[in-house]
Structure formats: structure tokens, C-alpha cells
Design a protein around this ligand. Sequence first.
Ligand code: HEM
Length: 346
Amino acid sequence: MAKLAVLALLALLGSVACQTGGYGYGGGSPTPPITYPQPSYGGPPAAGGLRVGYYDYKCPGAEYVVRKVVGYKDAGVKAGLVRLFFHDCFVQGCDASVLLDPTPANAEPEKVGIPNLTLRGFEVIDEAKAALEARCPGVVSCADIVAFAGRDASYFHSGRAIDFDVPAGRYDGRVSHKNETIPNLPPPFADVDRLKQMFAAKGLDTVDMVALSGAHSIGRSQCSSFADRVPPPSGATTSGSDMDADLAASLRRQCTTPSDTVAQDAVTPDALDNQYYKNVMSRQVLFRSDAALTTAADTMGLVRASAYFPGWWNAKFAEAMVKMGAVAVKTAANGEIRKQCRFTNY
Ligand code: HEM
């Protein structure tokens, strides 16, 4: 019954034409610093033999070990772990390729790609992996640890409201290239069509895309990531940007250098909750990609539904995380179980 009511509301909201159309910045649209070609890797989710409880017999307590390690970390690192899972899955699939360090054999892995330079949480994965290797050597993949850690960080950040099972059995990849990051990870200046397209390239639909964007209710961003939306104070106004004027003024005060960081959600910065959608509606979000969710009728309908029905969004976020976790997973045929998450075995 409740589901029917939500569906009816969604249909209604979806039919509401949205009012914004494009982004004018007074001096014209900002020029993206780099050209983004079409996504070239990933593809639709592979079942890949993933299974809930995969380690129940192979390494009992494995998931509990990860949850315990994640639980002790501060809020910022936990936010980093949610993002790490996303960045892992969107490049080469969920295979821990994002964890590989530069080596003489591969000097430019994904980790040194521009979108990945501000990732955090790598040492949490190392800590969980060390504990699991001591318990059951060579059994638990780094890719599964990244997926469990992303789930556990969501669990803690949501005050335990978002709690879901993660199918496991991923193998670790051996391929990781810096130049595959930009084509596969959406940029903060993406418009709604590009966002839809880049998620669809991974087998994720618009509902998944909008639901996962709610992760921007936690964590921090460098000022450089939204500089196009907050013109410098010298004579500039926000009249050309759709950002709320108070937020823009506050960001200007906080951003003295491009590498300064600010909370993504100024209202409930450490809670993974539906505040993000309220912020989208009140134009209190950092990126063009966040604001872009108001520019299509279907995404706007989903934003409204998520803002009004927090429990519904919690469920959609969990579903989308599971779906994202199945993107192009590797098997024993094309992967391995790494001994150390930062290096391939050979
Ligand atoms: C929809 C397309 C998305 C774009 C364009 C985008 C872009 C960004 C950017 C530019 C930052 C700030 C990076 C920095 O300046 O340090 C960021 C932070 C973050 N993103 Fe996204 N993101 C997207 C989707 C997602 C998804 C799907 C998730 C997870 C499910 C996610 C989780 C996060 C988190 C948690 C942070 C804060 C990280 C921290 O505090 O270390 N994002 N995102």
C-alpha cells in the first residue's frame, strides 16, 4: 500500500515540469578543463557469482572484521570509504584496481588519476586486509573489502538506518590505468544527460544515479571542485549561478585556497541522510552535477520523493549500492586474491 502511494507520488512528481534550464554564469558557460570522451570500460553488471554470505565458511567473521575496523575511524575517513567504492566500481569494475600503488612496472595506476587524488581510506582497507590475512590467508579479496567497507561506512554514517547485505566473491584485478579514470568517472560539472549516460554505461539507471548522489550528504570537497559555481569576490555576483546566495557567500569565506575543503552538506555534514535532496531543492549544493538533478523531470521527481520519504531513499540507496557492487566484477578466470591490496601478486 505504502509502495503504491510512493509510486503514485513519483508518477505525479515526474510529470511536474522542471523550471531550470541550463547554467548561465554571466560570462557564459565555464569551459571544462579537460575533454571527456565516452566511457570505455565497465559495462553492465555481471552476476559474477556474487553471493551474500560468501565468506561464512571460507573465512567466518570476515565481514565482522571489516565492520569493526571501519567503525573506529573518524567521520571523514568513513565518507572517503563510500566514495572509494564508487571510484573502484566505475573504473575496470569493482576489482580493487583503485588501490594499486605506482610501481616500476605500472607508474601510473588509477590512484594517480585526477579524480582519485583526493580519495581517502586506503589505510583502512590495508588494516582490514592485514587482519583478514592473519585470520585466513589468501581468501578475502581486496575488492570485497572495499565493498564491505563502503557498506559499513554507510551504516555508521546513517546512524545504522542504512543496513544491507553485500553479495561477495569478487576477485582482484591486475589492470589499473590512470587514463581510464577521467573517461569513466563523472566530472562535477556534468549535466544531467551526461550523468545518466555515464551511469547507464555501468548498467545503472536514473533511479540508481539519483539515489547514489545522496552520498553527497557526507564528506568534504576541495574548493577547486566547485570553483566554477562560486566566482571570486572581485566584483562577481552569483546572479549567473543557481547556487543559493548565502551558501555561495559562506563558501567564499571558507575557500581561501583551491585546496581548502568544505562540508558537502552544510546542514547535517556527518549524517548520510536525505538532507542532500532538500539541499538540491533549495540550491544549497556544491557541484553543477548536484544542481543538475533539478533540470530533468524524472530526476526532479526522484529528488522530491527522496526528500519527502527518507525511508524510501534509504532503501533505494542500499539497492543501488548493491547494484553498483556488481559492475564488471572479476572472477578466478581474470582476477586473483591479492596478498596486499596495494600490489598485484606478481
Ligand atoms: C553523480 C556523479 C558524481 C560526481 C560528479 C561526484 C563528484 C564528486 C566530487 C568532485 C567530490 C569532491 C572531491 C574533492 O574535491 O575532494 C566528491 C566527493 C564525494 N563523493 Fe561524489 N560524485 C558523484 C557521485 C558519487 C557517488 C555515486 C558516491 C557514492 C555512492 C559519491 C560519494 C562521495 C563522497 C562520500 C564524497 C566525499 C568524500 C570525502 O569526504 O573524502 N559520489 N564527489
